[in-house]
Design a protein around this ligand. Sequence first.
Ligand code: ADP
Length: 496
Amino acid sequence: MKYILSLDQGTTSSRSILFDKKGRIVASDQYEFPQIYPKPGWVEHDPQSIWETQKKSIEGALKSADASWDDVAAVGIANQRETVAFWDKESGEPICNAIVWQDRRTANYCSQLKSDGREDWIQETTGLLLDPYFSATKIKWILENSKEIRELADADRLAIGTMDTWLIWNLSRGASHVTDVSNASRTLLMNLRSCQWDEELLQLFGIPKSVLPQIVDSSGELAKVSPKISDRETPISGIAGDQQAALFGQLCFEKGMIKSTYGTGCFILMQVGEKPVASKNRLLSTVAWRVNGKTEYALEGSVFIGGAAVQWLRDELRIIESAPEVEELASQVEDSGGVFVVPAFTGLGAPYWDPYARGAVLGLTRGSSRAHIARATLDGIAYQVADVAEAMEQDAGSKIDSLQADGGASANNILMQTQADLLAAKVSRPKLVETTALGAAFLAGLGVGFWSSKEELVELIEPDREFEPSLESEERTRKLAKWRKAVDRVKDWETE
Ligand code: ADP
């Protein structure tokens, strides 16, 4: 069999990619699905349209490679994390819309738990913080607000799951109700050490264990595609949350290795080895993956506005017409000329966690130009990532010597060079930046022996370009200090 079929179920689209034995993309297909905003701060998805777009993209990818299920050795899944769906085990029909990770409806409940002094215990048990982002409070909300769902739960007919679980339920035609350990670690219901659903947390959130999937490894024979879809019951042998999949796809197999994905936001993950690291800097401690029964952990920090700051230059300031144009504009000046852009448009994420911060352009002078602002915007992305990386260095107790970059904005050479300078570390960008889908494919391929070892995977990846740090240490310290001063100016700006 020639291919691994990788499903990349994202927040706005469902994608399917076929990879060959050399780790090259043979074909892909992708469909967007509607975003549903019932009220301010609420975000939902229709699980049926997620499954349908995923199915269509599988068919599309197979067709454009002139292939069939018989050519597929195994399926891997990488998915948007934390988003939860609710369905009837008997009919397989969703009972309501899925609540998306971005949904803030449980913010008050989270604040209440915080003021009840529950956060330390929750962080200690799950590695996460008390935030509506994670699945548990969303599940509690649905159980409390829908009579139909409560009745189904009482009748043991309710199934709940993140998007990996929902897709596998559909691919197996209801035969498997499973989730992998990396996805489970984002629910706020899994004990980070035992990697089992935690009884005390289930009790706190009022969630019966019977509605939850079984937690399985991230690689191995985890489930099977139903013979009604694939005659040969193709194995589903790789599952991971999208960011963990990208960490795997970037070959961060050793403790201390770190990747940053420069998309709309930036997601930075560091592999920390076989024991979870408790963060003292408000980073998340999470499962990276479990392969051959061995669990490896990661530290994670997210920056809310990454490439989106470039969209702001394009759509609001209108100083560029397309995102890639920012590089040309920024290269017209040597540096930002003392201008700082703090893109805290939606507050600040890790390590600051300030929802009241707002964006600012600081240090303007009579000579500040569009080019300076463009350059300072790229710097602002790199500074935010550097702040997360520094928090990781402190938590992990080791210096970062290189970072793997991917995502749309990693195409920008100025951004990559600035990142290397600010980290005083090498930044490497692979040729293939589809690392999320690749990571799921790698997990799936290892799971069925399509690839024999991690060493074999390392051979498949071609670096595109490496950026070496070239900034004097004193200059770097001075710049970082100035940036922190700028961040201080924007903190706690809004009151509500
Ligand atoms: P997502 O997966 O979050 O949709 P992508 O990985 O597709 O994001 O990256 C898109 C983001 O990257 C956009 O916010 C866009 O502004 C930014 N971007 C794309 N190309 C460039 C570039 N050459 N320089 C800087 N930013 C870019």
